[in-house]
Write a protein that binds this ligand. Structure first.
Ligand SMILES: [Zn+2]
Length: 97
């Protein structure tokens, strides 16, 4: 028996093979999987957070030598956030197609 359902990712109606089906396609399933596995949800806050981190990083860099360790930590965090934003941007682009 097939059930007409709505894809939780793209919102398109589709026929699910069973009651558990929530995605219209493998592509939507992988989008959902990747979104679930991202450390941060894609929100405006992430942009602000990234900007704040970069500002802190720059101000630390131009201040004292003891701040070097903190700079290293920020560098890693900024890198992670940028990588996640890139993935999320790709996912959003794909959803808009
Ligand atoms: Zn879908």
């Amino acid at each position: 028996m097939k059930l007409e359902k709505q894809c939780v990712v793209c919102g398109n109606p589709f026929f699910a093979a069973n009651n558990k089906g929530t995605y219209c396609s493998g592509a939507c399933r992988s989008v959902a999987w990747r979104k679930r596995n991202l450390k941060y949800a894609w929100q405006e806050e992430d942009l602000t957070r990234l900007e704040e981190l970069q500002e802190d990083y720059i101000s630390l860099q131009s201040s004292h030598k003891y701040a070097m360790q903190k700079c290293k930590e920020y560098e890693i965090k900024i890198g992670q956030l940028q990588a996640e934003r890139k993935v999320l941007n790709e996912l959003n682009m794909r959803l808009m197609q």
